[in-house]
Design a protein around this ligand. Sequence first.
Ligand code: BES
Ligand code: MN
Ligand code: ZN
Length: 516
Amino acid sequence: MQVRLSHDAPLDVRAGALVVPFFSDAPLEGVAADVDSALGGVLADAVSSGETRGRLGEHVLAYAKNAPYRRVLAVGLGERAKFEPYFLARYAGTAVRHLGRRNVEEIAVALPAQARGDEGKCASFVAEGAITGAFDTTLYQEKPELRMATQTVTILSHGFEASELACGMARGTILGEAVNLARRLAITPANDMTPTRLAEEAERAAHDAGLEIEVLDEARARQERMGSFLSVAAGSAQPPKFIVLRYNGDPSSSELIALVGKGITFDTGGISIKPAEHMEDMKYDMSGGAGVIAALGAIGKLKPKVNVVGLVPATENMPGGKATKPGDIVAAMNGKTIEVINTDAEGRLILADALCYANKLGATKIVDAATLTGACVIALGHASSAAITNNEAFVERFLSAAKPTGERYWQMPYYDDYTTQMKSDIADLKNTGGRPAGTLTAAAFLKEFVGETPWVHLDIAGTAYLDSESAWQAKGPTGTPVRAFVSLVESLARSDKDGKAQGNGARGGELAVEAS
Ligand code: BES
Ligand code: MN
Ligand code: ZN
């Protein structure tokens, strides 16, 4: 799918549908009002009759037989005073999902007045949402019933700063495609998305974005003394891969941001095997790793002035004759020994070595993302990821970069009580701390491998995939944490000397990409 700009007058645009926004608590304005009068008031009728309440993603379709645009889809943006630019991703996503499944190939999208003065950001969200709305979940169906037909989405620039729109649109296109890449890697079943295949996908992403890549095989991982990572791979017939992607955007700087993602391509639980119900969802246990690969790809294309390394320890977690057993003791790269109480607490075992490796490479900031604990789903449901840190200033920086993207992160505490819970009688640490505060004891475990480097841990167990669809998003993988990762890296690249966050950019001149 292609996203483009058009300077045509909105009512003259040639398309299968014209998409216009409206607020739940305000009369139709701008293009929506103009098209409504051209059609004799049908939209105003639909709104006043209560057919739609105008909540975000609610929509009404009207036909415009003799108009060049043939149909009008009015999409709600909710209450006017509560408008956030990221709603425009959901607005465009709703339009593409509704119309794309009804065989509409060309869609023209009008912007709300709120986009004036904020064109770059708003066009970025429209492009991102249009592309993510078109995500195809039918890859394995011989004759998909619901094929996404939309080929082009045209943003109407009439009355807006076109150069800013073009710049934002280019960024949003890159971001939307990255989000969809992460989703495709995650939704692909584990028999196809093995650690080897994930490494091949990383190689392709690196090639497309001009990144350096190195994939450590089992022998190399052993040389690096990644005993904790390899203990998880022991039961699998699939060889493990430790993926390292590098983007060098500021060679003059010694700053290095490490993005680390859990890459369990399937989590059976190992010898501490999981129950059968919903075990199929454990193909998504590499969502953090997919997010790292996709975010690095986007960063390579956006070219912010900053250095980033992406680390993805990838393996299956399987039972088998060579599998790690409860009670086994393994040693991580930093020499700390771990008593494996429960082989299903494997994410922290592979991340332990990845965090050590980030430090070995000279990381000055680390963010990891992992579908790490069921306890996180109990605590926050599917509404938010959890964020845990060893550095308040850095987590604030992360949260303020993530917030405008629409991905939600909620900070949870670290107390040394949680570290106490992870002490083993026989080794330095054990890999489970019992039921209380399962998300936070997991974070406390990881903290032992981070050292003094400012670090944020993201538990995305409840947000990486959803088993219900919304108006703007198919069910299944969401692409979390790609948006937050990219926004954080852009924010750090823009940082001034006092290190204050400056929000989620995409304004003209800040981007190295050109509109396609
Ligand atoms: N991948 C799971 C966590 C998970 C659960 C993600 C549900 C998404 C949905 C992780 O490897 C796991 O099994 N964690 C255990 C840890 C426990 C044994 C300490 C859990 O949460 O039960
Ligand atoms: Mn597990
Ligand atoms: Zn897992």
